[in-house]
Design a protein around this ligand. Sequence first.
Ligand SMILES: Nc1ncnc2c1ncn2[C@@H]1O[C@H](COP(=O)(O)OP(=O)(O)OP(=O)(O)O)[C@@H](O)[C@H]1O
Length: 235
Amino acid sequence: MSATVLTLEDVRVTYGEGAAAVHALNGISLDVRRGEVTMLMGPSGSGKTTLLQVMGCLLRPSAGRVRLFGESLEGAALAALTELRRRHVGFVFQHYNLFPTLKAWENVAIALDLRGAPRETLRPRALALLERLGLADRAEHYPAELSGGQKQRVAIARALAGQPVLLLADEPTAALDGATGQAVAASLKALAHELDCAVVVVSHDPRVLPYGDRVLELEDGRLKSDRRHGGNAHA
Ligand SMILES: Nc1ncnc2c1ncn2[C@@H]1O[C@H](COP(=O)(O)OP(=O)(O)OP(=O)(O)O)[C@@H](O)[C@H]1O
């Protein structure tokens, strides 16, 4: 069985107060394991992005407990959370967030540089990551010269530069056509297995579902279903 990276216990998030309070998460308990792609589905407003932010230590829950590698993050200082995120978590967004004035390899290299990689290793390591995503021949191109799927692969290579144990992707295929979205989802799945990394993907797109080892469905801030491919149901 794969190792647990993250555990959520009865996590609740409330935005605002009093009459204006929005209960975005209403008691979520789950664990996320290495080597697995978890698809997070659910209607608009069901709490997917909020849950991803809690998983990525970007947002503290209003109640409940988050454990990273078995250690509770409750009471951890902001600086400690930032450091945990920097060391262990990678993010991929719908709109890629690449630097337009940097070439593909430089977009990846900057993430390595930020983590203190020796200067002479930046280019070879960035190229190796791009090669892994099938982009070796696009390394010298600027984002504007790349297709949507290629840009998203560069963003994934950049997110992997920090060797995260947890890769969180918010609607990574939403801006892509069906076939390209499926190719990106297939890359994420291959990488999760190859790098033994836990990948969580928020998606509205039912076409990417087959690339999840597990599908979580949220409704009104609650876990409506938790299915593993192979019929190994959990919740
Ligand atoms: N910063 C905020 N302040 C107040 N309410 C918020 C805030 N962020 C989200 N919400 C509310 O919390 C609920 C869950 O939002 P969330 O963005 O997590 O849903 P989602 O499932 O990701 O939606 P979508 O699919 O539309 O992106 C919604 O009712 C939303 O309006």
